[in-house]
Write a protein that binds this ligand. Structure first.
Ligand SMILES: *Cc1c(COP(=O)(O)O)cnc(C)c1O
Length: 402
């Protein structure tokens, strides 16, 4: 990918996505489950640009959504309603109603109280709501605490005993149809054993429900497959598939996966330009035009992203320093204690890798900075898939109140 050309053409900062990489990741995962009924429901929250969702929809993907906004994005991008799942711990009544009206595959219920809301709303609409229940298997996914979700101390899902009770309740309700079961133990998973263990627990629950004549059709293993940001040893799709399939013997279920990061992270680049450099004492700072409001992960999770420098210098000498943005927060950095070329100039490029997931979607207008543009690279060509926000766009919801 020619970062220099893209930066010249569209200006910086910007996000650049390699759609070929997205496709390769999708196919690898799909292939790993060959011979089984499977659906990859792309976790839209990772990167919800309409053209990105459409890319996966064109490949046959469904969508895993965590708000009605995401459901509507998925539909607009061409995902079929019967391939859309609606998850999340706090759905409003209007979101539930609209999801039911749109006829999505199922609503993924995360608590007893929510199940009752779904039932009441379905009853008012005189329909039967397809649901799955998110079970919290109480397994330590061995990942960052902010992105761990499968422990009882996390807010997600219900425990196994509660899940049994809720399935029986749903089975007996004329307005609920429990078609699926769901778990998602965390994100950026690099260990297989927690996944296998969780899958085993949930598969046993499915067998238990079968005895009660409750027939689960969709076995939703969530997302969370990790990617390589630096030197992590990651899970191979084949091993992932085998770990899950090994727990499903005798069960005739469609396997649903909800990968987000795995599909998009390493196909994305955040491209910024050098503004200045300075030293405070012996501490070196490289100030670039991209900031935490554009890419929050370093500030929020202290996440590591590989950073590439594109300069005209022939020297390969480097020295340590921080790469920071213009935002008025000390936490505003893209990288800390990195080796930075000694000779680097105004206008040289600083490219943050692995920025295709939880990048643009977490951006904000903090410091009245417009959101940056998003560019797709596909079949050798670059194209804009979201315009840069200009000043008028930034203030458009406020001006009429002046
Ligand atoms: C966030 C999330 C995902 C996607 O997680 P990744 O780590 O990006 O794969 C999938 N399912 C649910 C329910 C989620 O909350």
């Amino acid at each position: 990918m020619d970062f220099t050309k893209v930066a010249q053409k569209y200006g910086t900062p910007l996000y650049l996505y390699d759609f070929g990489h997205f496709e390769k990741q999708y196919r690898k995962l799909k292939e790993a489950f060959r011979g089984r009924k499977s659906l990859i429901a792309y976790a839209v929250k990772a990167n919800s640009n309409l053209s990105v969702i459409k890319k996966f929809a064109d490949l046959g993907a469904g969508a895993d959504c965590v708000s009605i906004g995401e459901v509507k994005r998925a539909l607009r991008a061409g995902v079929k309603n019967y391939n859309i799942i609606f998850s999340g711990v706090g759905k409003r009544d209007d979101e539930i109603e609209e999801a039911l009206r749109l006829g999505i595959l199922f609503i993924n219920v995360e608590s007893e109280a929510e199940l009752k809301r779904v039932e009441t709303i379905a009853k008012d609409m005189e329909i039967e709501a397809r649901i799955s229940i998110r079970v919290n298997p109480n397994i330590d996914p061995q990942t960052h605490p902010y992105i761990s979700t499968g422990l009882h101390q996390n807010k997600f899902g219900v425990d196994i005993e509660t899940a049994k009770k809720l399935y029986i309740y749903s089975h007996n309700s004329p307005h609920l149809n429990p078609v699926g079961i769901h778990f998602h133990i965390g994100s950026q998973l690099t260990q297989l054993s927690p996944i296998r263990e969780a899958s085993e627990k949930i598969a046993n629950l499915v067998r238990h429900l079968q005895v009660l004549d409750i027939d689960i059709k969709f076995f939703d293993v969530g997302g969370g497959i990790g990617i390589q940001y630096s030197d992590e040893v990651v899970i191979e799709p084949y091993d992932y598939a085998q770990a899950i399939l090994s727990t499903l013997s005798g069960l005739d279920v469609t396997i649903i996966m909800e990968p987000g990061r795995y599909l998009t992270a390493n196909g994305g680049y955040f491209v910024s330009s050098v503004l200045y450099e300075k030293s405070n004492g012996d501490k070196r700072f490289l100030i670039v035009d991209g900031a935490m409001n554009d890419l929050l992960r370093p500030s929020l999770y202290n996440a590591y992203h590989k950073i590439e420098f594109i300069t005209n210098s022939t020297s390969s000498e480097t020295s340590k320093g921080d790469i920071v943005g213009p935002v008025c927060e000390s936490g505003d950095f893209l990288g800390k204690d990195r080796e930075i070329p000694k000779e680097i100039e105004h206008g040289d490029l600083v490219v943050v890798h692995s920025a295709g997931a939880y990048g643009f979607v977490m951006s904000s207008n903090y410091n009245s900075r417009g959101r940056v543009c998003e560019i797709a690279f596909e079949n050798g060509e670059y194209r804009v898939i979201r315009e840069r926000e200009d000043f008028e766009k930034l203030i458009e919801l406020e001006t009429k109140f002046l």
